[in-house]
Ligand binder design. Structure first.
Ligand SMILES: C[S@@+](CC[C@H](N)C(=O)[O-])C[C@H]1O[C@@H](n2cnc3c(N)ncnc32)[C@H](O)[C@@H]1O
Length: 311
């Protein structure tokens, strides 16, 4: 397989070219994941972000080992959609991947294949009532796990201007000047309750000074990361991955924006730099890029795949 250099990453929430008309999930980098993680009959599979089971169903169709496989997601809607795989014997865990990893490690469970496909799924983005999207109006929610108390609405209506500036700048990578202006505008317009109100407010703040990417893209990404504590959970998960793998087991991670990929890249590099003492060996020297022309899933164009094998 040829390893492509990756094109510049764009934000995962960039809905500029997305087709929001259907609630479908087309798995990103599926062929790459299958080729590099090479599932074999009888192997066990752990999917830490199973979503709509797009990857899981393809891996499980090859391993045919449902009973020793575990599918994790923190979203109740995803868990509901995974029932067809649990009917065949796969175990479902409705929790975040760090809690799941702790639970599995404590029970001494190890797997031949572990997959982590980070971020939100297309169905989550496309369902306006989930509040992830600035192109469909909905409540300012953005919780992946609807059992948690803090939503985007809580943050937007209660955080200080300083905290909002920091969130929008750090997690959205919005330049500090615009981040400050957006935060000030939010504080001045509170209370806000819909994605549309927030997106319009950001548009007004930009006063037409944007080119391709919708000006709300970065703020929406930032709020989503903050609401779901996404980066801290990734940082907590990565060092646990070797303990979830059998010897010879393979782990693949798909990231969608530079903040995620930076964490994954650093974790793998630190592992590989340990040389003889490292638990993991690289399966990808450079990240493999998603298809920038994937018409079925616009998220693919900013995706990166990294993989390793346990010694
Ligand atoms: C990109 S989608 C995965 C799609 C899946 N690979 C498929 O083919 O259908 C990411 C999924 O991971 C879940 N997720 C994100 N962060 C999570 C976390 N920290 N713990 C558990 N699930 C998480 C989201 O709810 C979402 O359903």
């Amino acid at each position: 397989m040829s390893i492509k250099e990756h094109p510049p990453q764009s934000e995962e929430n960039d809905e500029h070219n997305s087709n929001n008309s259907s609630v479908l999930h087309v798995p990103v980098l599926l062929e790459t994941a299958l080729q590099l993680l090479s599932p074999k009959e009888g192997e066990s599979y752990l999917d830490l972000t199973a979503g709509f089971g797009g990857h899981a169903s393809e891996f499980l169709a090859r391993t045919k080992n449902y009973s020793q496989s575990v599918l994790v997601d923190r979203d109740d809607y995803a868990i509901e959609r995974l029932k067809s795989l649990s009917d065949k014997g796969a175990r479902l865990l409705h929790t975040d991947f760090v809690s799941a990893a702790k639970q599995l490690i404590e029970a001494g469970e190890k797997f031949n294949i572990v997959l982590v496909d980070l971020g939100v799924s297309s169905p989550q983005l496309d369902q306006s009532d989930r509040g992830f999207s600035f192109t469909n109006s909905g409540p300012l929610d953005m919780r992946m796990d609807r059992r948690q108390d803090v939503s985007a609405q809580t943050l937007v209506n209660n955080a200080s201007a300083e905290d909002l500036t920091r969130i929008i700048n750090r997690y959205g990578e919005e330049p500090i000047g615009f981040a400050r202006q957006i935060a000030t505008a939010i504080v001045g317009a509170r209370p806000l309750s819909t994605t549309e109100e927030l997106a319009n407010l950001i548009k007004q703040t930009y006063r037409g000074k944007w080119k391709k990417t919708h000006p709300a893209t970065r703020t929406f990404q930032a709020l989503r990361i903050a609401v779901n504590d996404e980066l801290r959970l990734i940082e907590d998960l990565l060092p646990r991955l070797p303990d979830l793998l059998k010897p010879g087991g393979r782990v693949g991670i798909i990231s969608f924006h530079s903040l995620e990929d930076r964490l994954v890249k650093r974790f793998f590099k630190d592992q590989f730099d340990l040389g003889l003492e490292s638990e993991l060996q690289p399966l990808t020297k450079k990240p493999i890029a998603g298809d920038i022309y994937d018409v079925h899933n616009p998220r693919a164009r900013s995706s990166k795949f990294r993989a390793a094998v346990k010694k």
